[in-house]
Design a protein around this ligand. Sequence first.
Ligand SMILES: Nc1ncnc2c1ncn2[C@@H]1O[C@H](COP(=O)(O)OP(=O)(O)O)[C@@H](O)[C@H]1O
Ligand SMILES: O=C(O)C1=C[C@@H](OP(=O)(O)O)[C@@H](O)[C@H](O)C1
Ligand SMILES: [Mg+2]
Length: 175
Amino acid sequence: MLSGSRNLIFVGMPGSGKSTVGVLVAKRLGLGFIDTDLLIQQEAGSTLQDIVNQKGYLALRHIEEEVLLQLNVEKHVISTGGSAVYSEAAMQHLKNSGVVVFLDISLDTVVARIGDYSLRGISKRPEQSLVELYQERSALYSRYADIMVQGDALSQEQVSESLIDQLNVFGKDVP
Ligand SMILES: Nc1ncnc2c1ncn2[C@@H]1O[C@H](COP(=O)(O)OP(=O)(O)O)[C@@H](O)[C@H]1O
Ligand SMILES: O=C(O)C1=C[C@@H](OP(=O)(O)O)[C@@H](O)[C@H](O)C1
Ligand SMILES: [Mg+2]
């Protein structure tokens, strides 16, 4: 189904483990690692929180789309930010380069892991509740995912194991 794919692209809510589990998986599979949040910060010359505070959440989504569309790597785990899925063009570009993994966690787990989300540079409409954001995003993550790991009850190592098992079972050719 995904013959020739060479990257593993992580999507999911903030706190789902894209950045931390991404590194573990890259080490296990002998892949490189990129966190696109850090590329955005380099490109913008400021933190994600500052972009949201000073320019607004749509500015963050715009820079994110540009950075993702410029990405041209092979044999990497690519950990995206939680709002990457708002760009259809960027997601198609990423999907063309590999296997998209949705790290799924419940809303309760999001809240438990990220704490005060107003301090975390979340890209959302100011009046949008976290529940609404969660529902809107869940549909988008599922739409683009090739593989899903439900991580509420799993340690980071277990999420990594579960993903690698699925790659083996389904014959996804990474690397
Ligand atoms: N499976 C897990 N179990 C417990 N804590 C986790 C798990 N995955 C991630 N975390 C913790 O949640 C927080 C957010 O993880 P992070 O990798 O930054 O997520 P994301 O990049 O998806 O926002 C970190 O403190 C991390 O250690
Ligand atoms: O979900 C979001 O709107 C965001 C998630 C963040 O990344 P993580 O998902 O890695 O926390 C980062 O891209 C930015 O602060 C916006
Ligand atoms: Mg992250």
